[in-house]
Design a protein around this ligand. Sequence first.
Ligand code: ZN
Length: 135
Amino acid sequence: MRKIEHIGIAVKDLKASNQLFEKLFGNPPYKEEEVASEGVKTSFFMNGPNKIELLEATNDNSPIAKFLEKKGEGIHHIAFDVEDIEAEMIRLQAEGFILINNVPKKGADNKLVAFLHPKSTNGVLIELCQEIKEK
Ligand code: ZN
């Protein structure tokens, strides 16, 4: 596992939060993207070397809708950059971590992603993400 790739924050209103974080960082999101399979709309900010992802639910069954209902707005996940996501998933599973995904899936911002269940990581949802390289 390498550096923190980004931190994901669950928000109720992406448009309002984009404006808020634009004021905070002094620059607008560099990208907005909907991931229909996850029921989320996302935006990404760069602030120096740090990336922040905002996530809004697009339907009531979205994991973000459930998170907001249970915990309210706030930090939703921490994503780590990995070189080889499948190798990391095998390694972490062997170490006893619970994977939410059995196979990597296509996430936002050109990544293959997989999540570790927070019940195996002290309540913190961990995302593994590997940059998708064009072939
Ligand atoms: Zn993320």
